[in-house]
Design a protein around this ligand. Structure first.
Ligand SMILES: [Fe+2]
Length: 289
């Protein structure tokens, strides 16, 4: 993983760092006051949502069904919060990403409660481990970039993992049968399971040598959505709380500039997941066929 200190010069270099990302680099942006601000605002949001409990300890205080509902509410309120939206826009602005040039997915808080606290209970999306995948298996958009940041401290057994050695390796997967419209409909009805959300690796023995991501709150990593990644079991006594979203440079996607597709077979693209940052217009209307 390459560490990036953002200076004035790099703030103008969105094209330059996107080129690195499309080549498979995993970039960690450090020392950005805009990211520190996002973390502070997120912690305030969580403290308000789960008062009087420490957000990292909610699994100790709330019954599982209540916990799932409260996490879902906290996630909904987060992505709608004007303060939060502005904070993320400031981060992308500081990185030189002009709002009229980029689409953005939802702003997501992910809770990963300890496996020991969940037991045999169901694991709705947003509260449990996400299996190994490439985002591009579902989106079919190769200029797509993932952004991921912790809200509280990570640990080797409380984080997610990247598999950079699999960047160029075709992997058997279920993307050919993936229906993004069906997935979005199920998600809106609250009926989507983790397996519905993204195509799956069909030979789990290939998910070897995970590289746990251990960055500090206030830091953020960016990587091509073609990179294989997934959650690791949370065997600690704290709930992991992290942030994620996805961006896409509209001009790059329209010109075919992006990461290579080594194994994605989804029958359609998923521009409807993204809205242009400047005005909220769906990328469905902005991407060429
Ligand atoms: Fe993902």
């Amino acid at each position: 993983m390459r560490e990036v200190q953002v200076s004035g010069r790099e703030r103008q270099g969105a094209d330059a760092f996107h080129r690195l990302l499309y080549d498979g680099e995993i970039l960690c942006f450090r020392s950005m006051p805009e990211m520190v601000e996002i973390v502070e605002q997120t912690r305030e949001h969580l403290q308000a949502q789960f008062h009087p409990h420490d957000p990292r300890q909610i699994h100790l205080h709330l019954e599982h069904d209540v916990l799932v509902d409260r996490c879902a509410a906290a996630r909904r309120e987060y992505m709608r919060s004007p303060i939060i939206v502005r904070a993320w826009q400031s981060l992308f602005g500081a990185l030189g990403m002009k709002p009229a040039d980029y689409g953005l997915d939802r702003l997501v808080i992910r809770f990963h409660i300890p496996e020991s606290a969940r037991g045999d209970q169901p694991a709705p999306p947003g509260t449990a481990m996400v299996p190994f995948h490439r985002d591009t298996w579902g989106s079919n958009l190769y200029a797509q970039i993932n952004w991921w940041a912790p809200v509280y401290e990570l640990a080797p057994d409380r984080t997610f993992a990247m598999y950079p050695h699999l960047w160029s390796t075709p992997l058997p997967n279920s993307s050919a049968d993936f229906d993004i419209d069906r997935t979005i409909t199920k998600r809106r009805q609250g009926q989507a399971s983790r397996k519905d959300m993204v195509p799956q690796l069909t030979d789990l023995s290939l998910a070897t040598d995970p590289h746990p991501v251990l960055i500090a709150p206030g830091e953020v990593i960016a990587f091509s959505s073609q990179h294989a990644h997934g959650g690791l079991p949370n065997t600690t006594d704290q709930t992991r709380i992290s942030l994620e979203t996805r961006s896409i440079c509209i001009a790059h996607e329209n010109s075919g500039f992006g990461a290579p597709n080594v194994d994605g077979q989804a029958p359609q693209r998923a521009p409807r997941l993204f809205k242009r940052m400047s005005d909220g217009v769906s990328l469905t209307a902005l991407l060429t066929e």
